[in-house]
Write a protein that binds this ligand. Sequence first.
Ligand code: ATP
Length: 242
Amino acid sequence: MLMVHDLVAGYGEVQVLKGVHIHVPKGSVVSLIGSNGAGKTTTMRAVSGMLKPRAGKVVLDGKDIAGLESHEIAARGLAHSPEGRRVFPTLSVRDNLKLGAYTRFARRRARGDIEADLDRAMELFPRLRDRSAQAAGTLSGGEQQMLAIARATMMNPQMLLLDEPSMGLAPILVDEVFAIISRLRAQHVTMLLVEQFAAAALAVSDYGYVLESGRVAVEGPAFELANNDKVRAAYLGGGAAH
Ligand code: ATP
């Protein structure tokens, strides 16, 4: 589904990614873990086209998408829910969700049944159903985070990049976010996940990569990483496994 080869990317003079390799097979969930500043968010940005890679390949479904504009990459079925809450504050919750389906129109794909997709999103995120007419900017921070994830799922993505979906959420909402990820996984949505709660992330993943200073330092099946003493000591102190 997604193959990242020798990805090099950075900002100005700073080279952040120094040749990253990642493979996300169709239907699997893969976690990127690593210390602050290791390059996790930069990897997500370079994959989704928010940042132009300087070298390397990003192959989605057999096509090299490195260097394409982010809207072109989105139209190929890759949805990115970036770090931080990005909702349209003056639009209603419902309209924010409908905008998530926009790339389907842009690509003249079969429209499918947007209303049915809305119902499905509301089922996954019942809090949003009660607030569907409310302006998104008046939701609580946690609810806005949920809306940002729900909107990414409205794209009916082939692949979903989730960057710190639990950031800034109260513990009960963190549990809810992981429950949602598990449900999406059960629906075979392919996901690349970055999470501060690395142990919880590995618990819902098939495979994991540890990034250190812009390179993959360790990789392996998620349960192996979760039980690897070095990985545990360095990265898994921050959150309990679910
Ligand atoms: P964290 O866990 O703290 O979110 P991360 O692994 O996601 O870390 P990145 O956000 O990818 O790390 O950042 C990697 C490096 O790139 C950091 O040193 C950061 O300061 C730098 N960086 C990130 N965004 C920018 C930017 N827009 N301009 C310049 N430098 C940046």
